[in-house]
Write a protein that binds this ligand. Structure first.
Ligand SMILES: *[C@@H]1O[C@H](CO)[C@@H](O)[C@H](O)[C@H]1NC(C)=O
Ligand SMILES: *[C@@H]1O[C@H](CO)[C@@H](O)[C@H](O)[C@H]1NC(C)=O
Ligand SMILES: *[C@@H]1O[C@H](CO)[C@@H](O)[C@H](O)[C@H]1NC(C)=O
Ligand SMILES: *[C@@H]1O[C@H](CO)[C@@H](O)[C@H](O)[C@H]1NC(C)=O
Length: 744
């Protein structure tokens, strides 16, 4: 019995090999002969992607029709290393309708034989390492409705022949190295609903023919090298809900025709060279959720028609040359969460109607010419976490009502003309992290609530406060976490020099936060639409939260963990608990979830958001892979690749495991970390500094490959501001040694 069990697989293997060889010969001899079901079985077997001995129609991810012909091949999962895509002999599958090989470790080029799959309606090769150019033969797949090739390393230009794929509904080429222009033939893709070409190096103009894509719902062209104007024809895309053209070199004015896009929910044009005034027609976009026109050269006033944008949750006009008053109509935007009008030339007072913006979390008016008082109505904005009114001409007192803002973590009213006393309880705000009141005319004594406060960085310098010199660094005496009682400044200075190098412009941070938010809305939206339109992948994995072309996620996760039952918990970190979940597809993932009380804490929330923000920017084989996330009041978790071996720290502490991790493996671990750090510091678009590298944050997979994890405190390094002071929020916690390490 026992021997037959051992022998039979070997026999099978031998037979397989011989059949395979015979097959190869016959294929070579009769390449044009129509393939059969046996051909298909052999073509599948010869990939080496399966080693089951049963009938091929029963294999994982292989689906056949009644005639026994293969119609779907569906494989996914980051543990897979399928190698060259060309191992699949495309010509053997004339009935193939769906080819779904996402996140399978595929490499090599997309073979031109792909053009022989003429029945194909769904093609996903996303999240692999495919290189080379898009084959021209792709255009022969005229039945294709869904084409997902995002997150690969494809280069070259998009062939104009793509315009022949008239049935295309979804077209995702994001996150590759594509160059060239957007072909005008795209205008013929009139069935297209989603067009995603962002994060490439595509240049040239946006072709006016884009206006012919009448069904387009999402147009995402951010992070490219597009220039020229935004074509007015864009106003013809009546179904458009998302228009993202940020981070390009677009010039000219914003066409008023954008006001015709009645369904628009997200309009992001930031970081371009757009000039001229904001067309008031934008105020007609009643469904608008996110409006980001920041960091352009826009002039003129904020149109009062903006008061109609009552669904807006995020408005960024920061970093332009806008002038005039802040229209009080802004107070009508009741759903506003992020409002950034900083770095413009706005004048007049802060309208008291701001008190109606009770959902506001962040308000930035920094760097304008605003005068008048801080309206006491600000005390109604109970959720406010971040308030920056600095560098204006604001006068009057600090209103006592500011003490209502129990969640306030960041308050900057520095560099104004504010006088009077500091409200005595200001130092008792529990969430206060950074309060800058410097460069004003404040008088009176420093309240004990502030001098006894150990956890907030207070800068009170350059005021007329009693017992206080005007030396700016005196302010740090009140920050016990930073220079712990040291009066002599030399020590502090030295430390600052190290710190100086890590500079974060706060507006950037906020911008990113807004970007995360936008991202979330967008992804949710896409998911919603996808759920309705794609029902093909059964028991799909949960990556739809993150990816564009997956299905079902949330439900699977809740089921797999029995709604985060403690028995699936495998550890607790600095914040949040980590769960192991096996999804219906068999895939195992790790979930990090915030505890109830942690969700109330903006620091934890911020770490979570920060982690999402960072990990969604970077992809590297030695950096923890974030599969998805859900950041919503009711579901607050991140989904990661599962790391079988846990953290390096635990491994080194365990006597048995520490032996398993011999020197060669340790060198590998170090190499892995070095690669990740080098990537973060030098190869990512904006350098990223982790700031908390420790053996706790290095995780190991089953092959003992190292992954840098936990980006909760990581920051982007803005190369333009490298000679300013650090402002990173966690002053007392950054060990100088760590900083040093992080910088080298
Ligand atoms: C092949 O079979 C072995 C055991 O027989 C199994 O461990 C392995 O995972 C299989 N490989 C694939 C690609 O299915
Ligand atoms: C597309 O199909 C046509 C007709 O079958 C064929 O002649 C042509 O070579 C194919 N084009 C490419 C680029 O494969
Ligand atoms: C669109 O299709 C028409 C007819 O099929 C063709 O004549 C035209 O050249 C195509 N347009 C572009 C811009 O490719
Ligand atoms: C406080 O604000 C002033 C003026 O805006 C700035 O110069 C100073 O560096 C800030 N203090 C800290 C500790 O960030």
């Amino acid at each position: 019995m026992a021997s037959s069990i051992i022998i039979s697989p070997a026999v099978v293997e031998v037979t397989t090999t011989s059949i395979m060889m015979i097959m190869l010969f016959s294929l070579a001899n009769a390449i044009s002969s129509p393939s059969s079901s046996t051909d298909e079985a052999e073509a599948l077997r010869s990939t080496g992607w399966w080693n089951s001995t049963s009938a091929h129609c029963d294999w994982d991810g292989v689906y056949c029709n009644e005639a026994g012909r293969v119609t779907q091949i569906v494989l996914y999962g980051s543990e897979k290393e399928l190698g060259e895509l060309s191992k699949l002999e495309f010509s053997s599958f004339p009935s193939l309708v769906e080819l779904y090989l996402r996140d399978c470790g595929l490499n090599g080029t997309i073979p031109h034989q792909i053009g022989t799959l003429t029945q194909l309606t769904y093609l996903s090769l996303s999240r692999n390492n495919l290189t080379g150019e898009l084959p021209l033969s792709l255009a022969n797949l005229t039945q294709l409705e869904y084409l997902f090739l995002y997150s690969n390393r494809l280069h070259g230009s998009i062939p104009p022949e793509i315009g022949k794929m008239k049935n295309l509904i979804n077209f995702f080429l994001s996150d590759n190295n594509l160059t060239g222009v957007i072909p005008s033939s795209f205008g013929n893709l009139t069935n297209l609903i989603y067009l995603y070409l962002d994060t490439n190096q595509i240049s040239g103009f946006i072709p006016p023919q884009i206006g012919k894509m009448k069904n387009l719902v999402s147009l995402e062209l951010s992070y490219n090298g597009l220039h020229g104007p935004i074509p007015p024809e864009i106003g013809k895309l009546k179904n458009l809900e998302l228009l993202e053209l940020s981070y390009n070199g677009l010039h000219g004015t914003i066409p008023p025709e954008i006001g015709k896009l009645k369904n628009l929910e997200s309009l992001e044009l930031f970081y371009n060279g757009l000039h001229g005034p904001i067309p008031p027609e934008i105020g007609k976009l009643k469904n608008l959720n996110i409006l980001n026109l920041g960091y352009n050269n826009l002039i003129g006033v904020i149109p009062s028609s903006f008061g109609n944008l009552t669904n807006l949750t995020s408005l960024t006009l920061g970093g332009n040359q806008m002038s005039g008053f802040i229209p009080s109509e802004i107070g009508k935007m009741k759903n506003m969460i992020f409002l950034n009008l900083g770095y413009n030339s706005l004048a007049g007072v802060i309208p008291s109607s701001f008190g109606n913006l009770t959902n506001l979390i962040s308000l930035i008016l920094r760097g304008n010419q605003i005068n008048g008082f801080i309206p006491p109505e600000i005390g109604y904005i109970l959720d406010l976490l971040y308030l920056d009114l600095s560098t204006n001409q604001i006068s009057g007192f600090i209103p006592e009502e500011i003490l209502n803002l129990k969640k306030l973590g960041h308050l900057d009213i520095s560099n104004n003309l504010i006088s009077g006393r500091i409200p005595s309880e200001l130092g008792n705000l529990k969430e206060a992290k950074y309060f800058n009141l410097s460069h004003n005319n404040l008088s009176g004594t420093i309240p004990p609530s502030i001098s006894n406060n150990m956890w907030t960085l207070f800068d009170l310098s350059h005021n007329q406060l009693e017992g206080q010199s005007t030396a700016p660094l005196e302010a740090f005496n009140h920050n016990k976490g930073l220079c712990d009682g040291i009066k002599g400044l030399s020590h502090c200075k030295k430390r600052h020099q190290i710190i100086l190098i890590i500079v974060i412009s706060l507006s950037t941070t906020l911008l990113l936060l807004v970007a995360v938010l936008g991202f979330l809305f967008r992804k949710q939206k896409i998911r919603k639409n996808q759920l309705a339109k794609t029902t093909k992948v059964k028991n799909g994995d949960m990556f739809s939260i993150w990816d564009y072309d997956g299905v079902i996620a949330y439900q699977d996760i809740i089921q797999a963990t029995e709604d985060f039952d403690i028995k699936y918990c495998i550890g607790t970190g600095g914040y949040g608990s980590v769960y192991r979940a096996q999804l219906p597809s068999g895939k195992v993932v790790a979930l990090k979830k915030l505890h109830g009380w942690e969700r109330e804490d903006p620091t934890y929330l911020k770490s979570f958001e920060n982690e999402v923000q960072m990990l969604s920017r970077i992809q590297h084989r030695n950096i923890m892979k974030l599969h998805g996330f859900c950041l919503h009041n009711r579901c607050m978790f991140l989904v990661y690749k599962y790391m079988e071996k846990g953290s390096l720290y635990c491994m080194l502490r365990d006597e048995v495991e520490a032996v398993e991790l011999d020197w060669i493996k340790r060198v590998n671990v170090v190499k892995g970390i070095a690669n990740a750090l080098s990537y973060m510091h030098h190869d990512s678009t904006l350098p990223i500094i982790h700031r908390d590298i420790s053996s706790n944050n290095i995780l190991l997979d089953s092959k003992l490959e190292a992954f840098v994890a936990d980006f909760g405190t990581a920051r982007l390094l803005d190369p333009d501001s490298s000679n300013q002071t650090l402002l990173a929020g966690t002053y007392g916690y950054i060990a100088p040694g760590k900083l040093y390490y992080n910088l080298h």
